[in-house]
Design a protein. Structure first.
Length: 110
Protein backbone atom coordinates (compact mmCIF):
# COMPACT_ATOMS: atom_id res chain seq x y z
CA UNK A 1 0.00 0.00 0.00
CA UNK A 2 1.48 3.32 -1.11
CA UNK A 3 0.61 6.12 1.28
CA UNK A 4 0.42 9.77 0.32
CA UNK A 5 2.49 12.31 2.20
CA UNK A 6 -0.72 13.76 3.63
CA UNK A 7 -1.71 10.35 5.03
CA UNK A 8 1.78 9.75 6.43
CA UNK A 9 1.63 13.13 8.16
CA UNK A 10 -1.77 12.33 9.69
CA UNK A 11 -0.53 8.95 10.94
CA UNK A 12 2.70 10.34 12.36
CA UNK A 13 0.93 13.10 14.28
CA UNK A 14 -1.61 10.69 15.72
CA UNK A 15 1.03 8.11 16.67
CA UNK A 16 3.56 10.53 18.19
CA UNK A 17 0.86 12.47 20.04
CA UNK A 18 -0.07 9.20 21.72
CA UNK A 19 3.58 8.44 22.54
CA UNK A 20 4.01 11.93 24.00
CA UNK A 21 1.08 11.29 26.35
CA UNK A 22 2.41 7.83 27.26
CA UNK A 23 6.15 8.33 27.79
CA UNK A 24 6.38 5.18 29.89
CA UNK A 25 6.38 3.27 26.58
CA UNK A 26 9.94 2.67 25.40
CA UNK A 27 9.22 0.90 22.11
CA UNK A 28 6.80 1.76 19.32
CA UNK A 29 5.23 -1.72 19.39
CA UNK A 30 4.21 -1.24 23.04
CA UNK A 31 1.47 1.15 21.93
CA UNK A 32 -2.04 -0.34 21.67
CA UNK A 33 -2.64 -2.09 18.37
CA UNK A 34 -4.98 0.61 17.00
CA UNK A 35 -2.19 3.15 17.50
CA UNK A 36 0.79 0.97 16.52
CA UNK A 37 -0.89 -0.10 13.28
CA UNK A 38 -0.54 3.50 12.07
CA UNK A 39 3.23 2.97 11.71
CA UNK A 40 3.76 -0.80 11.85
CA UNK A 41 4.27 -1.25 8.10
CA UNK A 42 7.16 1.23 7.96
CA UNK A 43 10.39 -0.75 7.67
CA UNK A 44 12.88 1.73 9.18
CA UNK A 45 12.98 2.45 12.89
CA UNK A 46 11.91 5.99 12.11
CA UNK A 47 8.54 5.92 10.32
CA UNK A 48 9.27 9.19 8.50
CA UNK A 49 12.58 7.83 7.13
CA UNK A 50 10.67 4.81 5.91
CA UNK A 51 8.27 7.02 3.95
CA UNK A 52 11.18 8.81 2.29
CA UNK A 53 13.07 5.51 1.87
CA UNK A 54 16.11 7.37 3.15
CA UNK A 55 17.26 9.07 6.31
CA UNK A 56 19.19 11.62 4.28
CA UNK A 57 16.05 13.51 3.23
CA UNK A 58 13.86 12.87 6.29
CA UNK A 59 12.52 16.10 7.81
CA UNK A 60 13.11 14.76 11.34
CA UNK A 61 16.88 14.89 10.91
CA UNK A 62 19.03 17.88 11.71
CA UNK A 63 21.16 19.52 9.03
CA UNK A 64 24.57 20.83 10.02
CA UNK A 65 26.80 22.97 7.83
CA UNK A 66 30.29 21.52 7.85
CA UNK A 67 33.56 23.30 7.27
CA UNK A 68 34.09 23.77 3.56
CA UNK A 69 30.38 24.33 2.89
CA UNK A 70 29.18 20.73 2.80
CA UNK A 71 26.08 19.74 4.73
CA UNK A 72 25.44 16.64 6.80
CA UNK A 73 22.26 15.23 8.33
CA UNK A 74 22.67 13.67 11.74
CA UNK A 75 20.65 11.75 14.28
CA UNK A 76 17.14 13.07 14.15
CA UNK A 77 14.37 13.47 16.66
CA UNK A 78 13.34 9.81 16.39
CA UNK A 79 16.85 8.76 17.33
CA UNK A 80 16.77 11.10 20.32
CA UNK A 81 13.39 9.68 21.40
CA UNK A 82 14.64 6.11 21.10
CA UNK A 83 17.76 6.91 23.14
CA UNK A 84 15.95 8.84 25.89
CA UNK A 85 16.51 7.25 29.29
CA UNK A 86 13.53 8.73 31.10
CA UNK A 87 9.80 9.20 30.52
CA UNK A 88 10.39 12.97 30.64
CA UNK A 89 12.93 12.69 27.83
CA UNK A 90 10.66 10.49 25.70
CA UNK A 91 7.75 12.93 26.20
CA UNK A 92 9.99 15.85 25.22
CA UNK A 93 11.26 14.21 22.01
CA UNK A 94 7.87 12.79 21.02
CA UNK A 95 6.40 16.28 21.42
CA UNK A 96 9.12 17.73 19.21
CA UNK A 97 8.41 15.06 16.59
CA UNK A 98 4.74 16.11 16.63
CA UNK A 99 5.64 19.80 16.24
CA UNK A 100 8.11 19.17 13.40
CA UNK A 101 5.62 16.88 11.66
CA UNK A 102 2.88 19.53 11.93
CA UNK A 103 5.21 21.98 10.15
CA UNK A 104 6.04 19.49 7.38
CA UNK A 105 4.40 20.20 4.04
CA UNK A 106 4.30 16.84 2.20
CA UNK A 107 3.27 18.49 -1.08
CA UNK A 108 6.40 20.63 -1.01
CA UNK A 109 8.67 17.65 -0.27
CA UNK A 110 7.65 15.82 -3.38
Amino acid sequence: MKLTGKEVKRRLIKFWSYMEKHPDLTWKHQAPHQIYRLVEHFIHGCPACSYFKSCTICFLHTIYNMQGGSKIRVCGLYCKWSRAKSPEGRALWAGRIVKRTEKWNPEKEG
